[in-house]
Design a protein around this ligand. Structure first.
Ligand code: HEC
Length: 153
């Protein structure tokens, strides 16, 4: 028998998709590029100190890691809808491969989100070695995507 709850959740999901889809269609491509770059910049702001701690360049501070990991977990969901087709021709550091290999790009985005979620969870564990290892995993996920999809700086 069909689950009516599941059905209404699906309908609600579809409504959200359609609404956000049309909201995005109305947004200026230049604004979307600025916003995705802002989300990336903030990821860098909150990831940078954690990378420094994992590499021993900055003294380890579990409280800062917990806070930054929480911010990063949220930020890691924000840039992706800013890579809409309508932004293809706006000048930016985004490579055309984002749109020609969109499945690979989505996979790289998913990987980073999942590593950031894991970091959030492990940052609450008090296991410094595990936290540092997971910071490394997040860094790899950032770098892996930049390698394939961002213009060399
Ligand atoms: C799935 C791909 C992908 C992942 C994962 C990713 N980035 Fe990016 N990043 C990009 C692309 C593409 C750009 C260029 C965007 C543009 O110019 O519009 C970018 C740009 C940036 C910028 C420059 C922003 C600016 O103002 O131009 C920073 C900083 C940055 N990323 C940090 C990070 C950090 C830190 C992580 C990991 C926590 C990360 N990124 C993960 C694809 C990714």
């Amino acid at each position: 028998m069909e689950n009516p709850m599941k059905k209404s959740l699906l309908a609600a999901g579809l409504a959200v998709t359609l609404v956000s889809g049309s909201a995005l269609a109305q947004m200026k491509p230049e604004v979307m590029v600025k916003q995705r770059q802002a989300a990336m910049t903030l990821q860098g702001k909150y990831f940078g100190p954690m990378a420094g701690m994992a590499q021993g360049r900055i003294p380890y501070d579990a409280k800062i890691v917990q806070r930054n990991a929480g911010f990063l977990d949220n930020l890691s969901r924000m840039p992706w809808d800013g890579f809409a087709d309508s932004t293809k021709d706006v000048k930016s550091a985004a490579l055309p491969t984002i749109w020609s290999e969109s499945a690979k790009f989505a996979e790289a985005a998913d990987r980073m989100q999942s590593e950031a979620s894991k970091l959030y969870a492990v940052s609450r564990s008090g296991d410094e070695a595990a936290v540092k290892a997971q910071i490394g995993a997040v860094g790899k996920a950032c770098g892996g995507c930049h390698e394939s999809f961002r213009q060399k700086q």
